[in-house]
Structure formats: C-alpha cells, structure tokens
Ligand binder design. Structure first.
Ligand SMILES: Nc1nc2c(ncn2[C@@H]2O[C@H](COP(=O)(O)OP(=O)(O)OP(=O)(O)O)[C@@H](O)[C@H]2O)c(=O)[nH]1
Ligand SMILES: [Mg+2]
Length: 239
C-alpha cells in the first residue's frame, strides 16, 4: 500500500463565505438593518464612523457584512471595499424625499465601478413605516437603478422596515430579502469567488503601486532639496 493512501484524507473546506457591503447615505438605516439581522437592540444604534464587520450565517452561506458609514466624508472610502465584495446592499431612506437626489448620486457613483459590474445588488426602500415613503418601483426611477439592470447586474428591490422597535429581530420581509440575495450568490458562488479573489489582489497591487510611486516622488524631492542646499553652500559669499 502506498504511504499516501494510509494518511487520513483532509476534509475539503466546504464553507462558503461571501462578503457584502452595506452602503447608503447616513441615516438611511444600514446599522439598524444589521442590528435587526443580528437580533441586537435597534435603539442602541449610533452613527457609524468608519466601518463595522459582522459575520452571520444565512442559508448555505456565511456572510461577512461590512456596515460602512454613510456620511459625506466617509463615502469616498466605499470604493476601497468594492473589489472585495460579492454583493452590495444599498439602503435608502425612502421617506426622505429631499435626499433622494443625493442617494441617486451615491448609487450612481458606486455602481459605475468596474468592480460592481455584474454583481448582485439589493436596493432597499427603507422606512416604509414612515409617511410619504416611496415604493420600490418609484425608488428604482428616483435613483436611476434601471440602468444597472440593463448592465447585467442582478437587481432585487425590496420595501422594508429595518427598525424593529421591540427588538424582536428581523421581520419576515427582511429575512426573505436577504435569502433571495443569498440564493443569487449561491448560484453564482464559484465564478464570483474566483473573480473577487482576482480583483482584490489586483486592487491591492494597484494600491501598493500608488504607495511606491508616492515614496519615489518624496525621495526625488528630498534629493532635489539636498542638491539645491549643496549648491547654495558652494556659492562664494560676497565680500
Ligand atoms: N421609522 C424607521 N426608522 C428607521 C428605520 N431604519 C432605521 N431607522 C432609524 O433611522 C436612524 C438612522 O439609522 P442608522 O441605522 O444609524 O443609519 P445608518 O445608515 O447606519 O447611518 P450612518 O451610520 O450614519 O451611515 C435611526 O434613528 C434609526 O432608528 C425604519 O425602517 N423605520
Ligand atoms: Mg451606521
């Protein structure tokens, strides 16, 4: 008998982990959505500075959910998470008609990224319990989401109430929305995972390259400063 066949066979790693970025303007309800999923108290939720990462198990997948702050200054950092995510959940306060144009701008910005083309997107028309909340179809028009459907993205649109006032955990609607997204991720998991791994590596290499170029510029500037200082020292002083 061959030695190798005497060894215990290693169990294949069958755990499927998908990364999801929760995006949307500040106050849209991203952290509340996450607190509901986790069964945490929604009343303890505070504005997010930076990001929070949580792992939850939904259906056949482990989801690493990045809850990113939606404030104007933080939005510029969202781009750093797109290569690494398998899907995006974009949450809109559907009751705040004054900020729908701003939501459209943020949505258009991120969906224009090459790293999101073809990836599943869940658009949430949140705060349906509040008066004047626009429905899912209206929201698709208001944020210009039809364009990404045409661009081969899987787009699911859900009208939800993320807030669970009595902290009873996620509503059936919220769970159903999430499991639809997980179903889509599960169907495309092998190809998506290969793509995410490749693009994450590419994106990190791009960042490393930018850092190297910056350091090189600083080095050249220092060299130039030293050269000028030497020339000044060598110049004869006037009598
Ligand atoms: N009525 C109602 N209020 C909600 C709902 N979802 C969230 N909220 C409230 O909206 C406010 C903002 O919620 P957050 O979850 O902190 O919003 P966020 O998108 O995480 O905001 P940032 O972290 O600043 O980006 C809180 O007062 C929540 O209680 C909802 O479905 N209905
Ligand atoms: Mg938050």
């Amino acid at each position: 008998m061959l030695f190798s066949s005497c060894r215990k066979k290693k169990k294949p790693n069958t755990e499927r982990v998908a990364t999801i970025a929760l995006l949307g303007l500040d106050e849209s309800g991203k952290s509340t959505f996450l607190a509901s999923i986790l069964g945490n108290s929604c009343s303890d939720v505070e504005p997010t500075w930076g990001f929070v990462k949580e792992r939850v198990s939904v259906g056949s997948l482990q989801l690493d959910i990045f809850d990113l702050g939606g404030g104007k200054k933080i939005r510029g950092y969202w781009a750093n998470y797109l290569a690494n995510c398998h899907a995006v959940v974009f949450i809109v306060d559907a009751s705040d008609s004054e900020r729908l144009d701003e939501a459209k701008e943020a949505f258009t910005d991120i969906t224009a990224s090459e790293y999101l083309v073809g990836k599943p997107v869940l658009l949430v028309a949140n705060k349906q319990d509040l008066p004047g909340a626009v429905g899912g179809d209206d929201l698709v028009d208001r944020v210009g989401a039809a364009a990404i459907r045409e661009a081969e993205n899987f787009l699911a649109v859900e009208e939800l109430i993320s807030l669970s006032p009595d902290d009873e955990g996620p509503s059936q609607d919220l769970l159903a929305a999430l499991s639809d997204l997980v179903g889509e991720l599960d169907r495309n998991y092998p190809e998506l995972s290969v793509r995410v791994a490749r693009e994450t590596e590419e994106y990190e290499e791009e960042l490393r390259e930018k850092r190297r170029a910056k350091m090189e510029r600083v080095r050249l500037m220092k060299e130039e400063e030293e050269r000028v200082a030497e020339v000044v020292q060598m110049e004869p002083t006037s009598p």
